[in-house]
Design a protein around this ligand. Sequence first.
Ligand SMILES: NC(=O)c1ccc[n+]([C@@H]2O[C@H](COP(=O)([O-])OP(=O)(O)OC[C@H]3O[C@@H](n4cnc5c(N)ncnc54)[C@H](OP(=O)(O)O)[C@@H]3O)[C@@H](O)[C@H]2O)c1
Length: 179
Amino acid sequence: MTRTLYYTATSLDGFIAGPDNSLEWLFTRKRDEGGPLNYEDFVAEVGAVAMGATTYEWILDYQSSHGGPKWPYDVPSWVFTHRDLPVMSDGEIELVRGDVAPVHERMARAAGDRDIWIVGGGDLAGQFADAGLLDEVLVTIAPVTLGAGAPLLPRHVELSLEEVARNGDFVAARFGVVR
Ligand SMILES: NC(=O)c1ccc[n+]([C@@H]2O[C@H](COP(=O)([O-])OP(=O)(O)OC[C@H]3O[C@@H](n4cnc5c(N)ncnc54)[C@H](OP(=O)(O)O)[C@@H]3O)[C@@H](O)[C@H]2O)c1
């Protein structure tokens, strides 16, 4: 059955990026690549992804400065934006706007038996939660506080702790969304 998952890394004080969209605090930490909630195992079960414009632009910038634009996902991808952003030609990417529910229907069809990944940011994950469409929040918590930045999930969402473990420098935790 397709689940809709918000999988991300966060600082201990609940920011997924620093004030200037920086992720240096994240990339300098050690991960156990075969450990709990590791990326490879997670992404193998993903059949569709969605993200907001800031995350998309961050990926465009990052790829451009690391050997040229290359879309990192091989599954259908939806980018929420009000702007006419450039679309990377090597990805199956659609720009969308507004209500997340009709997009979610299309994502579920594309994902088949696999999961839907809400990549971020936090408000977009919150829009899926508001629509009753978010099933789980999976976070790897870095041992750092940032004080400000892009919030993890700027909503009141009730969660149940389903799993917690150590992954390298991180706490890995999986929460169910309580409806
Ligand atoms: N730590 C991690 O693992 C991780 C994971 C993901 C992202 N990140 C980072 O976290 C930051 C997230 O940035 P963010 O909080 O600004 O969130 P974001 O969701 O990436 O981008 C927000 C923008 O998306 C567009 N948008 C959102 N919902 C929309 C809707 N329903 N319809 C149309 N457009 C919509 C709007 O852009 P416009 O109106 O301007 O088009 C909005 O300003 C980024 O720096 C990203 O790189 C970190």
